[in-house]
Design a protein around this ligand. Structure first.
Ligand SMILES: [Zn+2]
Length: 433
């Protein structure tokens, strides 16, 4: 069986190598609408509102604001003058669809825009027909992480400007650069790291491409052909490779050995999400402890609706079995982001569920409904190879950080037996609806 898999996959690998060579000069990627249109600001002036009034971790609001201005300046200086930013500061600003682009501290654990596993999150609202950014918000998680603006005395804290430089790149429409670890858009940041404050040549190429080679003047639209490094789809091929690797992994004992490295070549041509962020790595026991419900079932229905004027993807799961709490016949999962008519919203780090997929979901209840715990960490896709049930968690494009260490997220597949060992014996056979 193994031999037949290998021979079937060889042509695919050859193709990957060819595609990899073709695009090897560029590691950067840009964010796009569902139909593939690049997302960027139209020429003109963009007003940014800062709210760092909370003065967290002994950081005066003026100092925090200065770090944010420096982050914007590093990207802005790579551009011609057709895009300009002006700044104001105010107290009590909120994230949401209000026409304002707000960069702020998240200070409240109950704030739906503060995810406990994310250091910072960028929310990009855009016009779906043209890709024009309408507003953008950045929230820095001041609840679950400690921050500093002082290089010399840094220990066990995250550098505010370092993270803001990365999130500001997302705010401009730039996605991750996974092959250049010196890039500001490289999806990894450890404690006290400061190297993202300065753009690498790779970052500069991305921003120059996005704003100098693509014409977008107001809602009119795009005129230039889109070049280079953006493509989508192809999960079928990758799925086959993962399953093969999963088989190889079944004989090994430890969780860590089941991590499947993601090749840069695969990410280069856009397989998987590039809309990611830095997430706090949850141990399996923590994933379970933080869940209000754990269900296995299939996504039978999905719609994107406007909730508080923000596109929100609502997925209905027909439940086959559950652990924890009661076991309803269906659960509804609510995730910020998606496209409704002319309005689109991208939330860095959020992968939307897909209709028809069978999933195991670790869910927490928020005042905006049930959401996966730890962003994509709480989502496992179920597939079968013969009699073997395989559960796949896809964290590619995200960075997982813990105790100052940061690792690039991968796609990981485990057998049902391994999964049950990780989360406790026969986790999902406790009850059925
Ligand atoms: Zn990021």
């Amino acid at each position: 069986m193994r031999i037949s898999h290998v021979s079937a996959i060889r042509p695919v690998l050859v193709m990957l190598v060819i595609l990899g060579i073709q695009s090897s000069a560029e590691a950067w990627e840009i964010k796009t609408t569902n139909s593939g249109t690049p997302i960027r600001w139209a020429d003109g002036n963009v007003s940014i509102d800062f709210d760092f009034s909370a003065e967290l971790y002994g950081i005066p609001s003026d100092d925090a604001e200065q770090e944010a201005r420096a982050a914007f300046a590093s990207w802005g200086s790579a551009l011609d003058s057709h895009l300009a930013f002006s700044y104001t500061s105010e107290e009590g600003l909120e994230t949401g669809r209000d026409g304002l682009s707000v960069v702020r501290w998240g200070t409240d654990a109950g704030d739906e825009f503060v995810d406990p596993v994310a250091l910072g999150t960028t929310y990009l609202t855009y016009r779906t027909s043209t890709g024009q950014i309408l507003e953008a918000d950045i929230v820095v998680n001041g609840v679950d992480y400690e921050w500093t603006v002082v290089d010399e005395e840094c220990s066990d804290r995250y550098d505010l400007q370092n993270i803001l430089a990365h999130e500001t790149g997302h705010l401009f429409g730039v996605a991750h650069s996974v092959d250049h670890n010196e890039s500001t858009m490289y999806p990894s940041a450890g404690m006290c790291e400061t190297k993202k404050r300065e753009l690498s040549a790779d970052d500069q190429e991305a921003i120059t491409f996005l704003y100098d080679s693509i014409a977008l003047e107001g809602p009119g639209g795009l005129t230039d052909e889109i070049l280079g490094c953006q493509a989508s789809g192809g999960t079928g091929l990758w799925g086959a490779i993962v399953l093969l690797l999963a088989f190889g992994a079944l004989s090994h004992g430890r969780w860590i050995r089941l991590l499947i490295p993601t090749s840069g070549a695969l990410l280069l041509f856009g397989i998987g999400s590039v809309q990611a962020s830095t997430l706090f790595a949850l141990e399996p026991s923590e994933l379970l402890a933080q869940s209000d419900a754990v269900v296995q079932g299939s996504v039978v229905k999905q719609e994107v609706v406007l909730r508080n004027d923000q596109p929100t993807t609502i997925s209905t799961i027909a439940v086959a079995s559950c652990a924890k709490a009661s076991c309803p016949a269906t659960v509804v999962v609510s995730q910020l982001g998606g496209e409704v008519g002319e309005v689109g919203l991208i939330v860095s780090g959020v992968h939307h569920l897909e209709v028809g997929r069978e999933l195991v979901l670790f869910l927490r209840s928020t005042n905006a409904g049930l959401r996966p715990v730890g962003r994509s960490q709480g989502i496992f896709e179920v597939s079968r190879v013969g009699d073997v049930e395989v559960l796949t968690q896809d964290l590619r494009g995200s960075v997982l950080t813990r105790a100052g260490r940061a690792v690039e997220g991968t796609r990981m597949a485990v057998s049902r037996v391994q999964f049950d060992l990780m989360f406790g014996h026969k986790l999902l056979k406790i009850n059925a609806p």
